[in-house]
Design a protein around this ligand. Sequence first.
Ligand SMILES: *[C@@H]1O[C@H](CO)[C@@H](O)[C@H](O)[C@H]1NC(C)=O
Ligand SMILES: [Zn+2]
Length: 229
Amino acid sequence: MAPNSFILYTLLTFSLSFHAISAMDYNVINEAANTPGGIRFTNEIGIPYTKQIMGEINNFIWFNVFQQNNPSDQKPVDEVNVYIVEFDGAEAIEWGNNNINVSSIYLKGYEGDLKWQFTSLFYHEMTHVFQWDGEGHAPLMLVEGIADYTKLKAGYAQKGFAVPGQGDRWDQGYDFTARFLEYCDGINTGFVAKLNKKMRFDFDVKYFEELMGKPVDQLWKEYKAKYGQ
Ligand SMILES: *[C@@H]1O[C@H](CO)[C@@H](O)[C@H](O)[C@H]1NC(C)=O
Ligand SMILES: [Zn+2]
């Protein structure tokens, strides 16, 4: 390689890899800035902090939980948009592939460390942006369980989160399913990453058996037995 083309090659490689790292945009819009919840958001959380944790959580989901070191394994997303808006009935919703709406009414009423709770909530909601759901075929409560698993793994399980062995069914959802996934991951390291990878285009309950060597109902029984329930 001639020196000039080496320099060109280096520059090109550098700009390509730089592009790969900086390609994701995090947008945060406080549409409720003049409401009590929106004011509390500004005072106790703020847009800079939200953008900062979005980057950290994004990396945690890709590289830690889903172990997607190869970008071709990652869900193609180039921006994540957050809206602080006035709506009732949920803490937050993830919608339209890469958007998260956070309720200013929820923020207003939360009692406790709002910044911590908001971070915990973001581990859950950001997981919805980046996880596979079998193109809609995965049980909704498994999808919610994986979102709560991220939170658990990050050390952001909130007060009242299920303890190991709690719950009635593997697909009960949220923290109950998260604890069961944690159990599976304890036996087969990287289980949640492998399960998510299988869920890219479809879902079949046999994925559990393929990864764990036992049907999910038997795994659930053994899980319950381990914790004396
Ligand atoms: C979320 O908020 C945005 C901005 O106000 C709005 O356009 C969108 O319809 C909301 N999405 C849902 C699902 O409520
Ligand atoms: Zn959810």
